[in-house]
Design a protein around this ligand. Structure first.
Ligand code: A2P
Length: 272
């Protein structure tokens, strides 16, 4: 399944496998360990976690136990959204690196421009402060690339006008009917990779009628069509599942969609 090993190239030349295994909402311990191990068995070579998911230790242990060379696995983790000071960022990175126990991180993201319990609040100065720490971590070789998550155009404009390194990636909630046009266009024009979390709208997309029609026509499952749609748009999908058969299904996304299929999905406007 080449979608698992095909890569996007970040603006600093680092390559990143085109489909990542998302671990949001997978509890620490056996669920995170087993599902990450299963993903690696199936052939995923890109795992996405975060300090806030609370499962870094299990994810890291699964990568170490998998028998797959560390250099073949792309590992992302994230700075908790509420951390907006330099000292806090250094401490959080150290804690993530220790919990993961995988050495150098491949991609380190600022999880959100604001704390989750205060969405939309103004932390522009704090974001600049923590970004400078991410730049230091990059310089020191402790992470191979750096980026942001849940940043919109205003957030990106402000950060990039006040710092040196343009984020290598922006990870946003992206799926059929929620295609983040403005953020995606900004990222395209600044060579920032867009990563899509919740490509199935955390499951809520799977009963969509357009998706069902395209799935039936192409002989694929709705989940496969939904994930493939991101690849057709050069957005990196991060599907999550704890079910082995679905972990496998979600990686079997090499079959392209036709321009007509894509157009039908482009027309979906249901809010989810
Ligand atoms: P589960 O983990 O029980 O397999 P998203 O990636 O958008 O966050 O969606 C994740 C949700 O979608 C989870 O509830 C997951 O359930 C479910 N899911 C993942 N893959 C599939 C699939 N191939 N078919 C149906 N549901 C799926």
């Amino acid at each position: 399944m080449s979608a698992l090993t095909d890569v996007f190239t970040l603006s600093n030349g680092v390559t990143i496998p085109k489909v990542g295994f998302g671990t949001w909402q997978i509890p620490d311990g056996a669920p995170a360990y087993e599902s990450t191990l299963e993903a690696l068995r199936v052939g995923y070579r890109h795992i996405d976690t975060a300090r806030a998911y609370g499962n870094e230790a299990s994810v890291g242990r699964a990568v170490r136990d998998s028998g797959v060379d560390r250099g073949e696995v792309f590992l992302t983790t994230k700075l908790p959204a509420e951390v907006k000071t330099a000292a806090g960022a250094r401490e959080a990175f150290d804690a993530s690196q220790k919990a993961l126990d995988l050495g150098v991180v491949d991609l380190y993201l600022v999880h959100a421009p604001w704390p989750w319990d205060d969405m939309g609040s103004d932390h522009r100065d704090g974001n600049v402060e923590v970004w400078k720490v991410l730049e230091e971590l990059l310089d020191a070789g402790r992470t191979r690339s750096i980026g942001v998550s849940n940043f919109d155009v205003d957030d990106l404009e402000d950060l990039t006008s006040r710092t040196d390194v343009v984020p290598h990636a922006d990870q946003v909630r992206w799926f059929v009917g929620n295609t983040q046009e403005e953020t995606t266009a900004w990222c395209r024009s600044h060579d920032v990779l867009v990563e899509g979390y919740s490509p199935l709208a955390t499951g809520g997309l799977l009963d969509d009628e357009a998706l069902a029609r395209v799935a039936q026509r192409t002989g694929r499952t709705p989940a496969q069509v939904a994930i493939r749609y991101l690849l057709e748009k050069d957005v990196l999908p991060l599907p999550k599942s704890t079910t082995p058969s679905r972990i496998r299904e979600n990686a079997d996304v090499d079959a392209p969609l036709s321009p007509e299929d894509v157009a039908e999905l482009d027309a979906v406007t249901t809010r989810r």
